[in-house]
Design a protein around this ligand. Structure first.
Ligand code: OXD
Ligand code: MN
Length: 581
């Protein structure tokens, strides 16, 4: 393997602190993966699924206290609290050193330390970045192999350079009291201890690709965003790309893997990414995007052949399932994946039947699947140039107020739309229905610095080029007076994508309203859909009273940023209020 002196000396330093029994440098090979799987089958970390029907697929049950990202234990350790901003938890680097660092002392005694060099993004892309994760969890290694490009490809990309993201991870005692996820934006470092789960432990994903990378993007004039990337190919064979940000549970993976309805003969949607986008201007003045990841870490419940056949096809082999149920004949199962089995073992290992009160799979159960297995995987996924982005799409789950789709007047207005993004909480999550939680750019838990400054970075990126993408907002979740969804969603969202792309080409009829350009009557094709013109009118309505309320909510949210809120954002809010008056 290629050697890098900076990595070697850092590994030596970390080994002296964590004191592992042995050190294994991961090369990302199939043989290494297979050996790790055998090790984990032996010690019970993995459970083998039916290898005939589910080749190379395994089940993992995490500790029942370790099943999700822990936002309250996630910290930005910038020098000043103001640099983390009001939407992040902050810990001073000195406090982290005093409180968190000692937990790493000797934490790998009796264990193997795995050193994972990994590349985020395609090989030889100027947008790609190298990270190294040190971990004592073979489960993390196996997942990182699917989610990133691991081994020599990363070391070759780095060469003798010293700029790589240092991620130190240990499952520690898996004790929630001793669980911390700390990010050091200045030194591009991550310390994660006490959790083996997903976003807490696979450090390439949220920790590096969003929290640390958002800092790098700000410093180096690029963007790290919580966005899917998809391509829409017309029957003429022209493909246009969009990137879209939605908060969780708003159908990001489904949109990324959309299957166009039968009326769209000859149209095709290509998946470039389902969660994260890194974007940078090319010499042509266009914004180009890569998906830094190589796999999907998707939520299993609700994913089925009816809702997302491409995701199901992607996860049928070479996948790790975490916290799903398993049937008597060793098939994975979760709510939403076909008919419930008569008998199963639930995610905790207990017997389950359809009459059980508990869910069979944990609501945040996941599949880790190689992206290239997705039938809609874009051939451009590995293109080092990335794909040129025509439009940004923001969205949320809103029963009222937000029309099916609208276009922002210009870039700055689009930044305002992204900054004011919100999504309604569901009864299941909070007990209070219809409360709008603001989640700017779907980055609330992932922006690694002061969100006010982040809005400023967005403004600056738009000013850099006349060819910046057009900005849109969508809402698949508007309801009628009886609480029924007005829009069928899923594949039918293709109709909205079509209007968006038409607008990008200066076509697509629109009506100008106080909130932006809304499709004119008939501009969104409803051919083959059971939707009346009145329903379309309701879907596209802009109610001034509701919007006055919306503006109030945004003003309240903006208030917390004080001086760090860019004046252009306040100006946008004032202009919205003027247009509404
Ligand atoms: C994810 C998330 O896991 O956003 O992608 O929580
Ligand atoms: Mn995500």
């Amino acid at each position: 393997m290629t050697r890098n002196a900076a990595i070697e000396s850092w590994v030596k330093e970390m080994a002296a602190v964590t004191q592992p029994d042995r050190i294994h440098w991961c090369d990302g090979s199939q043989a290494e993966y297979d050996a790790l799987v055998q090790l984990m089958l032996k010690d019970g970390t993995l459970i083998e699924l039916d290898q005939q029907k589910w080749p190379n697929c395994y089940l993992h049950r995490s500790h029942s206290s370790d099943v999700a990202r822990v936002e309250h234990l996630t910290f930005i350790c910038s020098d000043s609290k103001d640099d983390a901003g009001p939407t992040n938890n902050w810990m001073s680097p000195a406090d982290a050193k005093a409180k968190v660092w000692p937990l790493f002392s000797g934490c790998m005694k009796g264990r193997t330390m795995y050193v994972i060099p990994y590349l985020m993004g395609p090989a030889s892309s100027r947008l790609s970045k190298v990270g190294v994760e040190i971990t004592d969890s073979p489960y993390v290694v196996a997942n990182m192999r699917t989610m990133t490009r691991m081994g020599n490809v990363a070391l070759e990309h780095l060469g003798s350079a010293t700029e790589f993201c240092k991620g130190l991870h240990s499952i520690g005692e898996l004790n929630p009291e001793k669980r911390f996820i700390c990010h050091f934006p200045k030194s591009r470092e991550i310390w994660s201890i006490g959790s083996g789960y997903g976003g807490n432990a696979l450090l390439g994903k949220k920790c590096f690709a969003l929290r640390i990378a958002s800092n790098m993007g700000r410093d180096q004039e690029w963007m790290a965003e919580h966005m899917l990337i998809l391509g829409v190919q017309s029957p003429q064979g022209v493909t246009k790309y969009v990137a879209a940000a939605f908060p969780s549970a708003c159908g990001k993976t489904n949109l990324a893997m959309l299957v166009p309805p039968p009326e769209f003969k000859g149209w095709k949607v290509w998946t470039v990414g389902d969660d994260i986008a890194w974007l940078r201007y090319g010499d042509d003045g266009q914004l180009w995007a890569i998906n830094p990841e190589a796999g999907f870490f998707g939520v299993a419940p609700g994913t089925g052949d009816d809702t997302n056949p491409n995701a199901i096809a992607a996860l049928r082999k070479n996948s790790i399932f975490t916290n799903v149920a398993v049937t008597e004949d060793r098939q994975p199962w979760w709510e939403g994946f076909g008919k419930p089995p008569a008998k199963a073992t639930d995610w905790k290992g207990n017997p389950w039947t359809p009459d059980s009160k508990e869910k069979a799979a944990h609501p945040n159960a996941r599949f880790t699947a190689p992206a290239k297995q997705c039938p809609s995987a874009s051939p451009e996924m590995e293109n080092p140039k990335g794909v040129p982005i025509s439009a940004f799409i923001f969205g949320g789950r809103r029963a009222t107020t937000m029309p099916l789709v609208f276009q922002a007047f210009d870039w700055n207005h689009g930044v305002f739309v992204g900054a004011g993004m919100g999504s309604e909480t569901t009864a299941a999550a909070t007990g209070a229905v219809g409360i709008v939680r603001r989640d700017p750019f779907a980055m609330l838990p992932f922006c690694g610095y002061n969100m006010g400054d982040y809005f400023g970075h967005w403004l600056k990126m738009g000013a850099k080029s006349a060819k910046a993408p057009k900005v849109f907002h969508v809402n698949w979740f508007r309801k009628d007076k009886n609480g029924k969804f007005l829009w069928p969603g899923f594949g039918q969202n293709m109709r909205v994508l079509q209007w968006i792309l038409e607008r990008c080409e200066g076509k697509g009829a629109a009506t100008t309203t106080p909130i932006g350009h809304v499709p004119a009557a008939g501009a969104i094709s409803t051919q083959g859909l059971d939707i009346s013109p009145d329903q379309m009118k309701d879907l596209l309505a802009v109610d001034k009273t509701e919007w006055a309320n919306e503006a109030k909510g945004i003003a309240e949210f903006f208030g917390q940023f004080g001086e760090r809120l860019p004046p252009a954002m306040k100006q946008q809010l004032d202009e919205l209020n003027t247009r509404l008056a």
